[in-house]
Design a protein around this ligand. Structure first.
Ligand code: PHE
Length: 344
């Protein structure tokens, strides 16, 4: 029996030595140490032994077991270490691999042009104001001298939300809001960029949602020549020093007198071409002297204060400046269009 146990130990230890995976070790453990293993088998035959021999063989059997278990544990630790090493080696990062290029975005053309307009007017002392896109009928129309039923409301087809709320059709309500806030207490010099909405059918030059920049200057001695001077500076800075401007009489309910401003066509230099439809001029914005009723409703005494206002569409400005031929390009976000106007 002694020999058999020693033999088993030899056998088990050499198998452990040969084992290459953790699964091999588990197999050996089950085979030798399990209840149905050969050692248990040997112990089962102990009944036949003499009293003296029994404890000796018992002790030996335990030692054999321990020896095998020790060896199994040690080998297990070794294999686990080796496995970890292998994993670490496999996962090393190759820092020499070329990187994947990162796609860098840039501001949308419309964002850039609005910022350019803002910078330009900030340079002339205007502050930036904002107002709500969901506007009351009062600020969008009434406070701008467009009472209910006024035919000029039809100039701006509107999206009404309730009888009293609508998506603003222009940025002019922000004039009325800003003046109303100051309530006649101080001069106002502001521009307001923002989105506006009209019930138009979208085509190359119309969009149901577009952008406007409003301008307003109210003080004690503001003249039409001030309006002309400011707009002339704007036109030259935006489109080039060689551009000329021209004011034509027009009509807006909130300005009197009202004007429309043209710039000389930069394609033909004012000689007439297809872009300016042979006139040599291109219309870019509307404006005028703030109507006394509008001043009055906002708390400004029209005998003391007067002012000018104007409104322009940044899409139109960008289209003219960069030769964009369809307003829908600003909203359909074709990546090729967007990339073309990214500033470096
Ligand atoms: N609000 C006018 C429009 O949308 C533009 C404008 C603004 C005209 C200010 C005069 C003064 O058509």
């Amino acid at each position: 029996m002694k020999e058999r146990l020693q033999e088993l130990q030899q056998e088990a230890l050499s198998k452990v030595e040969e084992a290459v995976t953790l699964a091999d070790l588990q197999e050996i453990r089950v085979a030798y140490m399990g209840k149905k293993g050969p050692i248990t088998e040997v112990l089962r035959g102990m009944g036949k032994l003499s009293k003296e021999e029994r404890p000796v063989i018992g002790e030996l059997a335990n030692k054999v077991r321990e020896a095998i278990a020790d060896e199994l544990d040690q080998k297990k630790a070794k294999l686990e270490d080796a496995e970890l090493e292998k994993k670490l080696a496999e996962e090393t990062i190759d820092v020499t691999l070329p990187g994947r290029p990162v796609q860098v975005g840039g501001p949308h053309l419309l964002t850039s042009i609005v910022e350019e307009i803002e910078d330009l007017f900030i340079g002339m002392g205007f502050e930036i104001r904002e107002g709500p896109e969901v506007e009351t009928d009062y600020y969008n129309f009434e406070a701008l001298n467009l009472p209910k039923g006024h035919p000029a409301r039809d100039m701006q087809d509107s999206f009404y939300i309730t009888e009293d709320l609508l998506l603003r059709t222009h940025t002019s309500p922000v004039q009325a809001r800003t003046m109303g806030e100051y309530n006649g207490s101080q001069p106002v010099k502001m521009i307001c960029p923002g989105k506006v909405y009209r019930r138009d059918t979208d085509d190359a030059t119309h969009s149901h949602q577009f952008t406007q920049v409003e301008g307003l200057y109210v003080d004690k001695d503001v003249r039409m020549s001030d309006l002309k001077g400011v707009l002339n500076r704007f036109a030259k800075q935006m489109f080039g020093e060689e551009r000329e401007i021209r004011l034509r009489p027009s009509f807006f309910p909130f300005t009197e007198p009202s004007v429309e401003m043209d710039i000389s066509c930069k394609v033909c230099n004012g000689n007439g071409c297809s872009v300016c439809k042979g006139t040599g001029w291109i219309e870019i914005l509307g404006g005028g002297m703030v109507h006394p009723r509008v001043l009055e409703m906002a708390g400004y005494d029209p005998k003391v204060y007067n002012g000018f206002a104007f409104g322009m569409g940044p899409e139109r400005i960008a289209m003219l400046k960069y030769g964009v031929d369809d307003i829908r390009h600003f909203y359909t976000n074709d990546i090729r269009f967007l990339k073309q106007y990214h500033k470096a």
